[in-house]
Design a protein around this ligand. Structure first.
Ligand code: AMP
Length: 183
């Protein structure tokens, strides 16, 4: 059965790590908009040049840059057996766009996984990471942006197939809980 999973959660919740594990276990592509954008920035593509300043400041890049990108990515052949979206949708407009896109593709998300971790734990985790946008002021801004823009996405999916998982435990325990949630 195809597995189509949407991963929600604040920066530093461990979405990327867990999505990668699920992707390997289920042989479905891990689609991280953050990774796609970082690659574009590193290659200095037109997309990368437009996205860079927003990313460096911890802001969301404009939807106009992201929506085409996700539409394009979900049309690749490797998505036939499913996918894991990590970092998208990040606001309600993106979530509404995704609904329409999936309807056009005749697809449905099987599960929306929400990885929950308290802010103080996130700040600590992010400060110990070595990414360019992981300095203290950017981290604070990314968390604010998360609460303003992405928490409403949780509400958007609340009436549907949303499963919230406690991400404030060790990696193996979270992997186990996620496995149970989607089985
Ligand atoms: P991430 O790796 O998911 O934390 O994303 C890193 C940065 O990329 C974010 O802080 C945003 O600037 C940008 N980004 C990633 N995904 C999105 C998205 N769906 N919408 C807008 N900006 C995004």
């Amino acid at each position: 059965m195809a597995k189509r999973l949407i991963f929600l959660g604040p920066p530093g919740a461990g979405k990327g790590t867990q999505a990668q594990i699920l992707s390997e276990d289920h042989q479905i592509p891990h689609i991280s908009t953050g990774d796609i954008l970082r690659t574009a920035v590193a290659r200095e593509t037109p997309l990368g040049k437009q996205a860079k300043d927003y990313m460096d400041q911890g802001e969301l890049v404009p939807d106009a840059l992201i929506l085409n990108l996700i539409q394009d990515r979900l049309s690749y052949e490797d998505t036939a057996n499913g996918w894991i979206l990590d970092g998208f949708p990040r606001n309600v407009n993106q979530a509404a766009f995704l609904e329409e896109l999936l309807a056009k593709l005749g697809q449905n998300a099987d599960c929306v996984l929400n990885l929950s971790v308290p802010d103080d734990v996130l700040v600590e985790r992010l400060l110990s990471r070595k990414r360019k946008d992981d300095n203290e002021s950017t981290i604070r801004r990314r968390l604010e942006v998360y609460h303003q823009n992405t928490v409403p996405v949780i509400e958007f999916y609340q009436q549907r197939n949303l499963k919230t998982i406690d991400g404030n435990q060790n990696m193996e325990a979270v992997t186990e809980l996620l496995g149970q949630a989607i089985s």
